[in-house]
Design a protein around this ligand. Structure first.
Ligand SMILES: [Zn+2]
Ligand SMILES: [Zn+2]
Length: 103
């Protein structure tokens, strides 16, 4: 055995980075992290979101609704939604299906 060097296995918490050579210690520590759930209300046209924690459920919904309405008022709802849809890879906005294909 080489007494000059030592090999160890370091276990680390993927959330906060705390580490230890004691696997169980880190496993127990990791379990103590609480999962955070955040509610957001999104404008389905452009994908802008408002946090319920910050604005309250009504406030967040109103902001999102106003944002959606803004696109209608500006006459660019379809444009905005389609652009957001493609830019976000489908997580925001929506595709617009035109009957008879693209004209
Ligand atoms: Zn941790
Ligand atoms: Zn919007």
């Amino acid at each position: 055995m080489d007494r000059r060097i030592e090999k160890i296995t370091l276990y680390s918490c993927p959330i906060c980075g705390m580490n230890s050579t004691d696997r169980k210690e880190i496993q127990d520590h990791f379990k103590k992290h609480t999962i955070r759930a955040e509610e957001w209300v999104y404008c389905r046209a452009c994908g802008a979101g408002w946090s319920v924690a910050a604005w309250g459920p009504d406030g967040a919904a109103e902001h999102a609704r106003n944002c959606y309405q803004k696109h209608i008022d500006e006459g660019n709802l379809t444009e905005t939604a389609v652009r957001a849809f493609f830019l976000s890879g489908g997580t925001a906005g929506f595709p617009v299906i035109r009957k008879g294909g693209i004209t």
